[in-house]
Design a protein around this ligand. Structure first.
Ligand code: SAM
Length: 262
């Protein structure tokens, strides 16, 4: 089953506690349903005596007994001044802590082909046309977040520029995960005079290998910068060499200890 995603700051900001409810932050939710159900059409009386009926064509989401229960349990909100239409208090502590997203591929959250080309070029320090069809790192990370556990082995059999490698390495660094990955890329020759050819690549696997190496070096540099304990990265230098030396033949596979044992 697909897992949910962490609530974003924006989603968490919806939860407040204007009435200092001891149960913590809550968000007000609709108390109406858009159909008329006889048993759910009745007056709700607010603590200051205002009477509310559901508008025509709708009815309350709960029956009379349940509404009474919610009222006595201070779970119905009538606004700061007590004069607003009743709404249901939904406590953050009582809702799923992750969010099932209704759409998985929002550009502003997971990028798009153009941003993918730019981020591939940036890590490789090459022109954006060095590889024509990369996927955005955030898209791959979203897929991993909702479908993998933090110590899973992720196989990409059509590795291309190695986006999965970057996505896993950076995700592990971000959430201390222990994911590993295998990248498989056939030795598809690079077109002569293409940007990649001019940059010195002769087959696509070379691009993916270079990207994984660059990402490892970048993470290492950032870790050193953050003065993280040197032993965490002590063998990263010879690891990349191990990876690169491990399979000089046709199909190039790469496994990274930033998540796996070879
Ligand atoms: C669309 S690209 C993948 C791009 C990748 N997701 C990225 O973000 O860079 C597909 C890649 O699969 C490779 N490929 C196609 N058939 C393959 C096969 N049978 N075995 C290994 N690699 C293959 C192609 O050479 C190409 O680089």
């Amino acid at each position: 089953m697909l897992k949910g995603l962490e609530r974003t700051e924006k989603q968490l900001d919806l939860y407040k506690n204007p009435d200092n409810d001891p149960r913590g932050s809550w968000a007000s939710d609709n108390l109406l349903r858009t159909e008329e159900r006889e048993y759910a059409i009745f007056e709700i009386v607010s603590p200051i005596g205002n009477k509310y009926l559901p508008p025509k064509g709708s009815s309350w989401r709960f029956n009379k007994d349940k509404i009474q229960e919610l009222l006595s349990d201070n779970r119905i909100w009538f606004g700061e001044d007590g004069n607003s239409r009743p709404r249901y208090k939904r406590f953050l502590s009582e809702v799923r802590q992750d969010v099932i997203v209704n759409t998985l591929w929002k550009f502003d959250e997971v990028g798009h082909s153009d941003s993918a080309k730019k981020e591939t070029a940036k890590i490789l320090n090459e022109s954006p046309n060095v590889f024509s069809t990369p996927k955005p790192v955030r898209l791959i990370q979203r897929m991993i977040k909702i479908s993998c556990n933090e110590d899973d082995l992720i196989l990409d059999f059509f590795a291309g520029s190695g986006t999965v490698g970057q996505a896993v390495l950076e995700l592990n660094t971000k959430d201390n995960g222990n994911r590993s990955f295998i990248l498989v890329q056939m030795p598809e020759p690079i077109e002569e005079n293409s940007e990649a050819w001019k940059a010195g690549y002769r087959d696509i696997a070379e691009i993916g290998r270079a990207r994984v190496r660059k990402v490892i070096e970048q993470i290492q540099a950032q870790a050193t910068e953050k003065a993280q304990s040197p032993e965490l990265f002590k063998d990263s230098e010879n690891l990349t060499e191990q990876i690169l030396a491990s399979n000089p033949t046709g199909y190039n596979t790469a496994t990274s200890r930033f998540g796996a044992t070879t």
